[in-house]
Write a protein that binds this ligand. Structure first.
Ligand code: ZN
Length: 233
């Protein structure tokens, strides 16, 4: 495909899998990360190692991997009152939504990404949002992102396609997609170099990667990996 893409790349499992997916498809793939004062900002440190690993010639993607962009969005952390951006315990509201939900986060990320894509001549935005095994974040929903695609394409007067390859995959299927794209080697890179844990724990090693093993993000990741392995068995 002769299109050019910008991947919303946090350094987590989902966005790393999306980066590999995009590198397999598009002639040029740039990446963008956002620093919004997340407590687990260690995820941002993972980005460089992941980009380096995916530039390895063995996957044939090094020619497609383009520039990386980092956007300072401290203002989002400053106006949010969440367990991801302030020192507070993770809790769930009456609707079951955890207070790790940062209101407006994905809406803002996509709009900043679109502004970069517009300047760089990139027409596809790729994000790892998913509404299958997810925390119920309303800004991860397919309809939210489809509406955003329309609003951005109109507001920029330039086609801005939002691709979410993980939208209908379970977490187990996301691990399987990584294996499909880059075999056991890519699975190892994603286990070792991506970060998911909300507590920012990169000292405790599990077969699914580093993490505290107890936060909702670790639980989703661990459950998904176990289901992936069981499907293989
Ligand atoms: Zn954790």
């Amino acid at each position: 495909m002769n299109k050019r893409a910008l991947v919303l790349f946090s350094g987590g499992q989902d966005s790393a899998t999306c980066l590999a997916w995009a590198l397999e498809r598009y002639e040029l793939v740039e990446t963008v990360g956002f620093d919004y004062g997340q407590k687990h900002r260690v995820e941002l440190d993972c980005r460089e190692a992941l980009r380096g690993a995916m530039a390895d010639p063995k996957w044939g993607w090094s020619g497609q991997l383009g520039d990386d962009h980092m956007v300072n969005m401290q203002a989002l952390g400053a106006i949010s009152d969440t367990a991801l951006t302030a020192d507070k315990a993770i809790e769930f509201n009456a609707k079951g939504l955890p207070n790790t939900f940062v209101p407006g986060r994905n809406l803002l990320f996509f709009q900043f990404a679109a502004a970069i894509a517009y300047r760089r001549g990139l027409e596809v935005l790729v994000g790892g949002m998913c509404e299958t095994d997810y925390s119920g974040y309303p800004d991860c929903r397919d309809n939210t992102l489809k509406a955003l695609q329309v609003a951005m394409s109109l507001g920029l007067d330039a086609p801005m396609v939002v691709e979410t390859p993980l939208m209908w995959l379970s977490k187990a299927q996301t691990w399987a997609l990584a294996a499909e794209l880059g075999g056991a080697d890519l699975l190892d890179v994603i286990r070792r170099d991506t970060h998911t844990c909300y507590a920012g724990d990169r000292t405790h090693w599990h077969d699914w990667g580093f993490g505290c093993g107890a936060c909702p993000a670790c639980e989703l990741r661990a459950q998904g990996y176990r289901a992936y392995e069981e499907n293989l068995a």
